[in-house]
Design a protein around this ligand. Structure first.
Ligand code: GDP
Length: 314
């Protein structure tokens, strides 16, 4: 599932995406409702400039409904049409064609005024890996016809799925890259299981998850794992307490944190700890500020390095 993005690969994906975008009127961008910011492609605003856009907050069955509403308003204030969906159950999936028609109303009317009797709308689904693009397309069609599996960009032979008389969807979704230069984003993507765990070992990832949960909703962790702890305790100590509470003890009598970590992450991903959203719009500023800070540091380092190189080779 994990796509390794490298510069050449990204250039190719971008080119394919641009080619495909030129064929559609509407871009349907899928986000993971648990991490609407972190699951967003950083370049989509540029890529889909001049296109009508719909944001689908998918996996909303796993996200905190109150926070999903906050995010919905946030995107709506930015001028987007927002649809909440659970692609597995199919909730919200059928709203897309109506929303697209509303978005295209002025264009359709213009065309009709010019004498065109029938104005079809063409759309494509885009999003980072694992947000549920294939599931969403399959559900739209009603049976398993859309291809699953990860191919960045879109396949060569373009095919359209006619969902309504006047609404067609490109049969293969556009796979976009995440904000992978942002560490916090990477962590959250790993937490929800969207990228492979191998960037971090499970225990470290779970410790980060516990740390985050202490500011989001510590009681969910307390209640689920029947562990007593203070929110200011070291997250790894909390993990140890959970392991002990669950009776995960290694031979020497030490808590088996690795085993507890795997279970906690699995249960979070499966929605067993509750409906949890890991970020709010108000966190974005912090996150982008941190990223900007890091980028500035990197630039300063590069500059220093270049200057040192120049001085050495004079
Ligand atoms: P893609 O890589 O974007 O095409 O993602 P997939 O369609 O392959 O979905 C990735 C995983 O997320 C699969 O295990 C799906 O069953 C699951 N999934 C997709 N949509 C939803 C949803 O709305 N809710 C839940 N709970 N799981 C979903």
């Amino acid at each position: 599932m994990n796509i390794q993005w490298y510069p050449g690969h990204m250039t190719k994906t971008r080119r394919m995406m641009e080619e495909n975008l030129s064929l559609v009127d509407v871009v349907i961008e899928l986000l993971d409702a648990r991490i609407p910011y972190s699951s967003k492609n950083p370049d989509i605003d540029t890529l889909a400039k001049n296109k009508r856009r719909i944001i689908v907050m998918n996996k909303s069955d796993l996200a905190d409904p109150a926070k999903t509403e906050i995010w919905k308003k946030y995107f709506e204030n930015k001028g987007f049409t927002v649809i909440l969906s659970d692609a597995v159950k199919g909730t919200g999936v059928n709203k897309v064609s109506d929303a697209a028609r509303v978005l295209m109303k002025d264009k359709i009317e213009k065309e009709k005024a010019r004498g065109r009797l029938f104005v079809p709308i063409r759309a494509m689904i885009v999003g980072i890996p694992n947000v549920g693009k294939s599931t969403f397309i399959n559900k739209s069609v009603g049976k398993t016809t859309a291809k699953t599996g990860d191919k960045p960009g879109v396949t060569k032979g373009k095919q359209w799925i006619r969902l309504k008389k006047d609404f067609e969807l490109l049969d293969t979704p556009g796979i976009l890259w995440p904000k992978f230069e942002d560490e916090e984003v990477g962590l959250k993507l790993a937490m929800i299981g969207s990228i492979n765990d191998d960037i971090l070992d499970t225990e470290t990832l779970c410790t980060e998850f516990i740390n985050l949960m202490m500011s989001i909703d510590p009681d969910r962790i307390r209640n689920r794992y029947k562990a007593e702890f203070d929110t200011i305790e070291e997250p790894h100590d909390i993990l140890e307490k959970i392991a002990a509470a669950r009776g995960f003890i290694k031979k020497g009598g030490e808590p088996d944190c690795g085993r507890a970590a795997k279970i906690i992450l699995d249960e979070f991903r499966g929605g067993k700890i509750g409906k949890i959203t890991l970020e709010l719009p108000e966190d974005i500023r912090d996150m982008s500020a941190k990223t900007a800070e890091k980028e500035a540091e990197k630039k300063a380092r590069d500059k220093e390095r270049k200057a040192a190189y120049k001085a050495k080779n004079k």
